[in-house]
Write a protein that binds this ligand. Sequence first.
Ligand code: 2NE
Length: 272
Amino acid sequence: SLDESVKEFADIIYEKAAGEGIAKITINRPERRNAFRPQTVKELMRAFNDARDDISVGVIIFTGKGTEAFCSGGDQSFRGKNGYADYDNFGRLNVLDLQVQIRRLPKPVIAMVAGYAVGGGHVLHMVCDLTIAANNAVFGQTGPKVGSFDAGYGASIMSRLIGPKRAREMWYLSKFYTASEAEKMGLVNMVVPLEKLEQETVKWCREMLRNSPTAIRLCKSAINAADDGHAGLQALAGDATLMFYGTEEGNEGRSSYLQHKKPDFSKFPRLP
Ligand code: 2NE
């Protein structure tokens, strides 16, 4: 069970399962169908950052409180002339930074979706590595109905996931789709009965945790690389550097520098 609460937050719940390697981040605004305000996003970013930095965490579950919604997007009551504003008197779209953070996080993030994943909440599940949906899940974009859109990942990642024709359909018509329709479209990995949602998600987490974290890290950055352009290549390249530092060849340069002598790279093969 995931019951160890590690930090106090207002809009989210952040838990880690002791000794399991699983962190769970839950949007906790069920009375608003888990719509996010800037404060929610700030807290999510802190929690994701903690889960990234904690080397005992191998996989992160991202979900919404209750069974009515994963997330219904930006809280429209906080929407102003230049974004969403709660405690500040200026608006912001800080959820876009959260999307990037999830893409760059070198551990799998698995969206566990019960109920509505709509608007900016739909984009959040799309930027996660995997999505497990309950059979009551509902997916869709609402922006064009409420005077909004996400022309970043909301458009490009969706187009990659389900193809440009379907992506246009989702955005232009702003229809809602059932869990099984979403599965057929390639939006989600698996649909399970609501009462099995957490059990199945944890099963997927445990299976991933049995595998090589470095292999998974490289698979994530490789799969994102082309779509994320230079930033994607940078993440992949950073992973390569990280591994190279662990080699004898990489260490030859560093230790020679520190010992004020010329490095001898001749002993390292020029592999085909
Ligand atoms: C999610 C949905 C379909 C649920 O419908 P239902 O019938 O199950 O619930 P209901 O009664 O609509 O909602 C329950 C309460 O939650 C509030 C509602 O206003 C309602 O409040 P009360 O009347 O009880 O006081 N609520 C739900 N979603 C909210 C939201 N996003 N903001 C503020 N209050 C919300 C249905 O509620 C729905 O369609 N919600 C709106 C979805 C939406 O349009 N989201 C924004 C899209 S734009 C966006 O997210 C975005 C972007 O486009 C670009 C960048 C960043 C964000």
